[in-house]
Design a protein around this ligand. Sequence first.
Ligand SMILES: [Zn+2]
Length: 198
Amino acid sequence: MIPDSITALVATLAKLPGVGPRSAERIALHLVQSDPAAVKQLAGSILLAREKIQFCTTCGALTEKSPCPICEDSRRDASLLCVVERAVDILSVEKSGTFHGKFHVLGGNISPLDGVEPDDLKIADLEKRLTGGPIKEIIIALGTDVEGDATSNYLAKRLARGGLKISRIGFGLPAGSGLEFADELTLSRALEGRREML
Ligand SMILES: [Zn+2]
């Protein structure tokens, strides 16, 4: 018989991304046998991070302060805007070290089958940033799967306007996947080898 509190902990851990039932059990059993002070510290870090982190109201990045440090950084090229699917994709692009512009998080890809329509994404916010702003090029850095393709094409058509270059990365990225599967060098090459869409 496994004590109820352990069963409950396993069930909670198993809801985390990438944690299967076996790993959840292993982590739970490790925690209940750990030094209580260490467990308290872990719980405290989780709570603190959750309380501090919010989405940047301008770009959608995860940040402790909005606007985020990237949006506030005047040394970054405000004429270049990289459009990504999720906030974590910003970290992937940042790690590649190639991009020195600003970001915009879309919040997903268009996927009619999953009920995700253009209005569910932060496209209107993106259009607002284009109005009267310094943006000269939009680099679409969405995944190379069907939804990523469809969303990129939709964006290119909808955002098209005089004086704005719209390009898309893709070169060398694994087919049918998102940015998190690309290593830094591949992503760096994909950014440098971006192709103009319009
Ligand atoms: Zn921001």
